[in-house]
Design a protein around this ligand. Sequence first.
Ligand code: SF4
Ligand code: SF4
Length: 350
Amino acid sequence: MINPQKIIELFQHSLSFNKAYHVQWFLTRKCNYKCKSCNVWKDQKKEEELSTEEVKIGIDILRKLGIVEIVFSGGNPLLRNDIEEILAYASKYFITTIYDNGSMALKKMDALRYADFVAISLDSLDPDKNDYIKGVPGAWKNSMEAITKLNEEGFLVGVSVTISQMNINEIVNFTKTFVERKIPVLYCLYSYDLPKKKTFSIGEKNNEFEFIEREKVAKLCDDLMRLKRENPGILITNRTLQALKDYFLFNRRTWTCKALRNFFIIDHKGRISGCHLKAPVASIFELPEVWDSPKFERLREKYSKCQDCGYLCYIFYSIHSNASGTFEIILDQKETIRLILSKLKRKLTM
Ligand code: SF4
Ligand code: SF4
């Protein structure tokens, strides 16, 4: 939950130089959907997850490291029975975002009250197309009901859409539909994992989703920059959109990857790596000892030269990775921040 003390503390952290800022924690591999662009549901081995107590110890470690933001995803993190306890604990110290595929949010509203931001995934305004992408009948209805109800109840809820060849032509309309209702939209970009050693396999190669015309992605970046001038709630910065445009149009990477420097991931077993495509390099419990080690410095150097992926979240966290990056986000999203503050004010008076 957002409280003034937490915001002041986090703001101070976010202005520190050369500190990790963002963590994505894949709390579980359990998932009840079968998305065609994802590997997670195909690999539901009964592997051990961290216990509630272990997750809390991990949270304490992240706090000491000065982390500002944790995104809980999976699998579907709301399928964990202890998710309320985890969110209640984490939200005392961090900006916490949690992802849901739309199926669990209404069943776990008590838990979600602790999160700062709830992202519900939806990939099309067309129910049949969305359910085809998600591999589950009723997925569209679940997401729409969750988004509407959470918004009415005063939660900070956003729609998370994965842009791919399947839906690229409707992204502008999709965005308008939600931001006109004052519901923020955040974006992922279809990508798949190379067959290398990785910590958490997610993206599945699928020709239906792969972009055929790269110019279309570049044009979408222009369209979103234009839409942003009139609509708050489009949760992507112009600098990220410009980087994406250069990447798709000229195959030029205008950012340096900051994996393991400014962001890293934790998997369901508590293993740390720079991103989900890289092999684990430590356990979360070893983090205080290894964070400043020569081994981690060497890995940072190596990842800064890596060009193995174009995952949008990693591009964003590489671009906006330090104090000036935080200011850029604030300037870029000032109308969205105003929108969020007005929602919070409304929530307090409800
Ligand atoms: S994309 Fe998310 S909801 Fe879909 S199968 Fe993968 S983990 Fe589950
Ligand atoms: S570019 Fe960065 S985020 Fe992408 S695979 Fe390489 S190290 Fe990971």
